[in-house]
Design a protein around this ligand. Structure first.
Ligand SMILES: Cc1cc2nc3c(=O)[nH]c(=O)nc-3n(C[C@H](O)[C@H](O)[C@H](O)COP(=O)(O)OP(=O)(O)OC[C@H]3O[C@@H](n4cnc5c(N)ncnc54)[C@H](O)[C@@H]3O)c2cc1C
Length: 400
């Protein structure tokens, strides 16, 4: 695969760089740099989304008819790389990257024209209501009841680990509409309003002392049947389609930025023999190993992007990308902890918050090492654990 930039690509890259230079405020860059998990605080990611929306660059992977940029695969790669390089905050994926493709595929014309523009502009902020207490890997066992009552469903039960439910005004949600027969054949996919009476969002604070995930309770919540995506009891098909997009998103650009950050840390942090880590051949060998893995992920991402450009969904390659991308991320975190071990456990949530003026104890990079390490342990669990991804590959690719 040829990743050399042509003169046209170089001109496009310069155009993107010039735009980022002028559009990314110091506050946004700071929020991007301080993100210790996959999701940037919604206040900053939405501010950035609005700027990209005004420019027409918010959804490079969407078809042009719905508001995509019409860029080719190389342009999309360049844009992702430049955003990561420039320190742009990440955009929340639940709307733009996850529910939007499902609405395009399974939505009615009315649903498409209502939801897609609101996702693009950031007017709607989505969360994902799949997992329940007791139903994660075995998602088909989910129990949130949706009982038919006239033109509505009435929902009772709860969802858990719901990322950013406290920011979201919409949830895409899997509910049980049939209790007998095969579990997969009794699930329905709903698009619901988080302001509906009977919904309560309770925070779950993580080991890194951050509030990102929640438990969401449903107490006789009425959801109009018009908010259903796809047919009743056919939600499993929609859910699986969406998961391919959740798992197949690009990560190489971000991983390369993290690798560069680790490299910079290794140039300053001392090694056991009294020099700096970058002169320690054992540490350098570990850097080389992770760099090779990231290059391989980047190539696979290009193959998946080619498939998407020709109108295909990612398929099982998304499982491979999810697994490799999250394992590379965790390996990078481990190496950062190895490099900054002297400071790694220092607890300073107030010093690392976006916009904070609190002076950190130790070098600034040590502030983010432990929260990133702890938060990213979850990366091989959420979106379907990596063991489950290996099962998918074994079944769909190896035919086992
Ligand atoms: C930080 C975070 C954010 C999340 N955000 C969301 C969200 O926004 N929305 C949402 O719906 N969910 C979310 N989740 C939930 C996530 O999808 C589930 O945690 C995940 O699917 C695993 O389910 P579980 O936690 O019930 O673990 P379990 O399914 O109980 O798994 C426990 C362990 O057993 C292993 N295991 C289970 N079954 C098998 C098998 N068949 N073969 C081999 N190994 C197996 C798993 O890999 C895991 O190691 C989030 C989770 C985390 C940690």
């Amino acid at each position: 695969m040829n990743l050399e930039l042509s003169p046209e690509d170089l001109a496009f890259r310069d155009e993107v760089r010039a735009f980022l230079e002028s559009a990314l405020t110091p506050e946004l860059r700071d929020a991007g740099r301080r993100t210790t998990s996959v999701f940037t605080d919604a206040r900053y990611s939405l501010a950035w989304q609005k700027i990209l929306f005004a420019k027409g660059w918010v959804a490079p992977s969407w078809p042009k008819e719905y508001g995509g940029t019409g860029w080719n695969e190389m342009q999309r790669y360049i844009f992702a790389r430049e955003c990561a390089r420039g320190g742009a905050p990440g955009l929340a994926p639940m709307g733009l990257r996850m529910v939007a493709p499902a609405i395009m595929r399974y939505g009615t014309e009315a649903q498409k024209s209502h939801y897609l523009p609101r996702i693009l502009s950031g007017e709607d902020y989505w969360c994902q209501g799949y997992s329940e207490p007791g139903s994660g890997s075995d998602l088909a066992s989910l129990q949130l009841r949706a009982v038919s009552d006239g033109d509505d469903y009435v929902l009772n039960g709860s969802k858990i680990w719901t990322t950013h439910a406290h920011f979201a005004n919409r949830m895409f949600c899997l509910v049980r509409t049939r209790f007998e027969g095969k579990p997969q054949a009794g699930i329905t996919f709903l698009l619901l309003d988080m302001a509906s009476p009977g919904i309560t969002v309770k925070p779950i604070v993580t080991l890194a002392r951050e509030h990102e995930v929640n438990q969401v309770f449903f107490d006789n919540v009425r959801v109009p049947k018009a908010y259903r995506l796809g047919d009743e009891n056919n939600g499993w098909t929609v859910a699986k389609y969406l998961l391919e997009f959740e798992r197949g998103g690009g990560s190489a650009a971000g991983l390369k930025v993290s690798l560069a950050r680790l490299h910079a840390i290794a140039c300053t942090e001392p090694s056991d023999d009294g020099t700096v880590l970058i002169e320690d051949s054992h540490f350098v060998a570990k850097l080389a190993e992770i760099e090779i893995l990231i290059d391989a992920i980047e190539m696979t991402e290009h193959r998946v992007m080619s498939a998407l450009a020709s109108g295909n969904n990612p398929g099982p390659a998304s499982s491979m990308l999810k697994m490799q991308g999250t394992e590379a991320m965790q390996r990078l975190d481990e190496l950062v902890i190895e490099a900054v071990a002297r400071y790694g456990c220092v607890e300073q949530p107030e010093a690392r918050a976006p916009g904070s003026n609190v002076e950190p104890i130790g070098p600034e990079h040590s502030l983010f090492a432990m929260p990133r390490y702890l938060n990213n342990r979850a990366a091989s669990i959420y979106g379907g654990s990596n063991e489950i991804q290996r099962n998918i590959i074994a079944t769909l690719v190896l035919g086992l």
